[in-house]
Design a protein around this ligand. Sequence first.
Ligand SMILES: CCCCCCCC/C=C\C/C=C/C(=O)SCCNC(=O)CCNC(=O)[C@H](O)C(C)(C)COP(=O)(O)OP(=O)(O)OC[C@H]1O[C@@H](n2cnc3c(N)ncnc32)[C@H](O)[C@@H]1OP(=O)(O)O
Ligand SMILES: Cc1cc2nc3c(=O)[nH]c(=O)nc-3n(C[C@H](O)[C@H](O)[C@H](O)COP(=O)(O)OP(=O)(O)OC[C@H]3O[C@@H](n4cnc5c(N)ncnc54)[C@H](O)[C@@H]3O)c2cc1C
Length: 625
Amino acid sequence: MLTKREELFGGTPDEYLSHKEKYENSTRKAVILFSLLRKIQEENNTDLTNYRNLLSGVLGASISQDGSPFGLHYIMFMPVFMSQADEEQQERWLHRALNCSIIGSYAQTELGHGTFIRGLETTATYDPSTQEFVLHSPTLTSYKWWPGGLGNTANYCIVIAQLYSKGECHGIHSFIVQVRDEDTHMPLPGIKVGEIGVKMGLNAVNNGFIGFENVRIPRTNMLMKHAKILEDGTYVKSKNSKLIYGAMVFVRVVIVFDSVNYLAKAITVATRYSAVRRQSQLKEGEPERQILDYVTQQDKILTAIAGCFAMKMNARMLWDTFNVINDQLHKGNMERLGELHALACCLKAISTSDSSLFTARCRVSCGGHGYMVSSTLPATSALTTASCTYEGDNTVLLLQTARFLLKTWRQIDTGPLTPTVEYLKTVSAPGFSYKWENSIEGIIRGFQIVSMKKISSCLNLMTAKVMSGMSQADAWNTISIQLVSAGESHCRAIVISTFHEDMSKAMRSMSASLAEVMGQLVELYAVYWTLERLGDLLEYTSISGADVVKLRSWYEELLRKIRPNAVGLVDAFDIIDELLQSTLGAYDGRVYERLMEEALKSPLNAEPVNQSFHKYLKPFMQGKL
Ligand SMILES: CCCCCCCC/C=C\C/C=C/C(=O)SCCNC(=O)CCNC(=O)[C@H](O)C(C)(C)COP(=O)(O)OP(=O)(O)OC[C@H]1O[C@@H](n2cnc3c(N)ncnc32)[C@H](O)[C@@H]1OP(=O)(O)O
Ligand SMILES: Cc1cc2nc3c(=O)[nH]c(=O)nc-3n(C[C@H](O)[C@H](O)[C@H](O)COP(=O)(O)OP(=O)(O)OC[C@H]3O[C@@H](n4cnc5c(N)ncnc54)[C@H](O)[C@@H]3O)c2cc1C
């Protein structure tokens, strides 16, 4: 009788399963894992706060690097329900979703549209004579494409469609739609549903497609917490049309935590392997050195560790900010919605692009063995690059942040600013002066000045181009590279200052030795990004060549200081071997034995001579083909 652990983590490695077997195996594992999670849910309430903790359990414990077919049910279907369904609808559906007696997905993206959601083509036309909506996919490009779990798993999904009533289009709204029979799991009439095929990664997420041929759903299947359709077809608009976007903000907040989880796995593997792997002699005649002793290796890995800690603290700040503003939204106060959207956009973009960058560095820092699937670094790399796209392409999200920053800058003199942008007032105040200094505070100030000057420059450029006769849209597109850069600079300034401030607070309750190491991580992160963004700092601050020389020495000194604690820092993530699933990162350091153990599981090692020798090789080598 297999234990739960053996059931979850044993069996043929996924990499040797077919696409179909991989899905079936991940579904088997998901059922085990989510049965356990369901027990947790039964003991706790399900408000968003508790829900995120549950969700981080889902994400953190996702037992396959390939994701889970239930992921979307937890990541989007339920959060959207909690934020957009009215009380009657929650009463009718939420408990069934929570106990997984229905499995949902979230169908927004179409073959033809992902970013520009106002351009979605799926229609939901209200028929007052039957008090139903008619869901229809008018074109191939209107087919929903990507929804996780929709291929073969979900029997319900939330569909985002253009709402039509009394001949008028009211824009995109959310609808709950049953897609499969609850008993037979057969697709319901008028519904064409399937799986989109093999992807670069996340092949257990079961991403699907769905098309509707005049499918009728009751009026009460429109999620009506904000906007409504009355029985006669009268449209009652939402207090704020942007509230429909709320779930995307929540998921972006979760994704920042998720990006930290993925990066923590990758640096645990790369750091432990770099402590085990010995290669080359630093001095003639000496024993081969741990590759972690090479400063170039420290440059790749220790900065990733600092980045992971930095983003973890920023994820917590973002979550706290989300909760504060979400409470205000529930009370009808929309004042900070734009700020929350901008912050969630830039932190999702920066956390996922950093996670992708540093995970790729971890992969190459492990040499050939890092290219083995059994190291799990390739899968984590495929995961982190996907996160730069899903829940909003990073470029598009940074442009959203830039849009908010320009709006803020236009109003800079009209009153107080909201917390995440009030630095703009400080560094642009009359009489404010700043001379570069090589300190954490000096670096933070420098990044804030760069951000402010980029935003100001973008606005001046926009104004000049429009004055010269260019349309607003063309001017925006022309300077969009600089707009993205302004969004990134703003975010980096927030990340460094949050890391410094929150870690300083945390260090007060630490032992002196731990506080010293944490302080070194903050310095390493700040100095690393200073050296990475020297162009901006040279353009907008008084930093000098001499300062840069000292910064480089400071950086190398920090690498030397942190090196002895590298393994301890990643052990602190406490990721069990079963979740790490890595031949290179296992706690016991038996890298070579594990590599060989995994290799022998290859089906190609089942017999000494593969059948292709007799069928192909031998006749070929004997000139008979
Ligand atoms: C357990 C295992 C787990 C394994 C891991 C798997 C995890 C998988 C995770 C998730 C799966 C993925 C799901 C998805 O991808 S769902 C689909 C996500 N799609 C998007 O994010 C689409 C991105 N596009 C947009 O958000 C919008 O189209 C846009 C904002 C980029 C542009 O839209 P547009 O209408 O052109 O906007 P404007 O620029 O004109 O701005 C309009 C106005 O609205 C404000 N606004 C826009 N978005 C929001 C928002 N989300 N919240 C609040 N406000 C928003 C914007 O600020 C403007 O306001 P204004 O300046 O005051 O006018
Ligand atoms: C693994 C994965 C899971 C997903 N899961 C789901 C899901 O469950 N449900 C769901 O609904 N969707 C899902 N998606 C879809 C995802 O939301 C979209 O892929 C994403 O929103 C990007 O849209 P797109 O793919 O159409 O790219 P596009 O928007 O076509 O972007 C392509 C390029 O065009 C650029 N671009 C687009 N618009 C602009 C602009 N205005 N300004 C400047 N540049 C622009 C982008 O920067 C990008 O470089 C998933 C995607 C992935 C990869």
